[in-house]
Design a protein around this ligand. Structure first.
Ligand SMILES: [Zn+2]
Length: 332
């Protein structure tokens, strides 16, 4: 009787062990056995990064974009619940957009083990393009400056030194093929570091993507073939600094230090548009169209939309090039 019970419970134990080791080997084996099944969970700041991740990470990566569609990366603030959920990801690939500045310390305190990979690493950032209105008639009330540390000491001309006021480098590094190549390399390095067993797969995708970026660059150069060098295009939010640099263009921002222009600024922008024979004022879906519309009306022109955050990154860049080339053509 007792012997029977003893044997029975032992049988249960054996069943349990059998279940653990044979039926569910994954419970005890390392991540390597699971590599084919579960995807690397990557968080990114903006939608264009998802495009890059999918090109390089292929089927092995699941990407989540933190910034909701239509929101601006300059002002977005993730909810506490969103920040809490980030803990389940493997990597957060930052790109240097404004909202990361406040978010990163929150991540650091909640998820100190979440790997942060800055994919803008190694990109030499250019100065944020400033409004021409700002250069000429901005009030010199430096008492309000957040930072006012001039590198030079005596009697400088304020008219030509406003860099310290905007306090910023241009974060829009994803909007040109040349800077995208560096982003791609950083993504490849990060993925290969997280999954060394899949390094060759990521490298093949990365190299293929670089070839695609080279032909995209050629295609955009062709679009601008007949556009005069240094052609100006007016845009509400100056997100296209790297793009303008890559194709020899000059962007004229409507925004003054991230804000709507004041009436005096608007007047100056209208004068600039008339002097430069600008007929199109570009706007982005994430920003106000009001002052762009005011300028367009005053110059008898139009507004047109170009999106710095489209997820279909390559097609979008071509569409933007065509619109800017067309706008430059219409002013010649
Ligand atoms: Zn921006």
């Amino acid at each position: 009787m007792f012997g029977y019970l003893y044997i029975k419970s032992c049988f249960h134990c054996l069943c349990f062990l059998f279940f653990c080791f044979i039926v569910h080997p994954g419970v005890f084996l390392s991540g390597q056995a699971l590599a084919g099944q579960d995807k690397l969970q990557v968080i990114v700041s903006i939608a264009p990064q998802k495009y890059f991740l999918e090109r390089i990470g292929g089927d092995l990566v699941q990407t989540t974009v933190l910034l909701p569609a239509g929101a601006s990366p300059h002002t977005f603030e993730p909810r506490p619940s969103q920040v809490r959920e980030l803990g389940s990801a493997d990597i957060y690939m930052t790109i240097g957009v404004e909202y990361e500045k406040a978010l990163l310390p929150r991540i650091e305190s909640l998820h100190s083990d979440l790997e942060i990979a800055p994919v803008d690493h190694g990109i030499e950032k250019i100065a944020m393009t400033k409004s021409c209105a700002h250069d000429h008639n901005h009030g010199h009330n430096h008492g309000q400056d957040r930072r006012h540390n001039h590198g030079h000491n005596q009697d400088h001309k304020h008219h030509h030194h406003h860099e310290h006021e905007y306090n910023g480098l241009d974060p829009h590094v994803w909007l040109a093929p040349d800077t995208a190549m560096l982003i791609a390399e950083n993504i490849f390095q990060s993925l290969a570091g997280a999954r060394p067993d899949k390094e060759n797969y990521f490298r093949d995708n990365y190299l293929e993507f670089i070839e695609e970026l080279k032909s995209l660059d050629q295609e955009i150069k062709t679009i601008f073939r007949d556009v005069a060098p240094e052609s100006r295009f007016m845009v509400f939010h100056p997100a296209w600094g790297y793009f303008a640099r890559a194709y020899g263009l000059v962007q004229v921002p409507v925004e003054v230090e991230g804000r709507e222009p004041k009436p005096a600024d608007l007047k100056e922008l209208i004068d600039t548009a008339v002097a430069e024979d600008i007929r199109i004022v570009f706007v982005s879906p994430q920003f106000s169209k009001r002052s762009a519309e005011t300028i367009a009306k005053a110059i008898n022109g139009q507004t047109a939309v170009i999106d710095p955050l489209a997820e279909e990154w390559d097609k979008n860049l071509i569409a933007v090039a065509q619109k800017i080339a067309q706008a430059a053509g219409s002013s010649q």
